[in-house]
Design a protein around this ligand. Structure first.
Ligand SMILES: [Zn+2]
Length: 125
């Protein structure tokens, strides 16, 4: 059986945004980007960290998903957005923690989106 032409082209990448898989100069780079993306989970939570778990619920919890895929939601884009926000907040939390070592912060109640804004402003309540 004959191979399709594009597979004879070395380095052709099927998800390449430039050539769509027929093989071009951008394929290598597109493949790298794709693999990096796949290797990286959209949000990673530490199971022993209540803040992480609360954040995880805000990303993929039932309410978060119901909103994202509900009538007012943006679907996967919304989930990815929430994941990006939570990853950022998580990074901030962890960088703060390394300087001030273990603080037992009270666990926040894990409601959905409105919490995001509150957390982003810092917990001054
Ligand atoms: Zn290409």
């Amino acid at each position: 059986m004959r191979e399709p032409i594009r597979q004879q082209l070395k380095g052709a990448f099927p998800y390449c945004k430039w050539c769509g898989g027929s093989g071009c100069m951008g394929c290598d780079q597109e493949r790298r980007k794709y693999q990096e993306q796949r290797a990286k989970p959209i949000f990673s939570a530490d199971r022993d960290n209540p803040e992480d778990m609360a954040a995880l619920r805000r990303v993929i919890g039932r309410e978060a998903l119901e909103h994202a895929f509900g009538p007012d939601g943006d679907g996967m884009a919304e989930v990815e957005y929430n994941a990006a926000v939570e990853s950022l907040l998580q990074a901030l939390r962890k960088s703060r923690r390394t300087s001030e070592e273990p603080i037992d912060e009270p666990e926040q109640d894990a409601t959905t989106s409105p919490t995001l804004a509150r957390v982003a402003e810092g917990d001054e309540s």
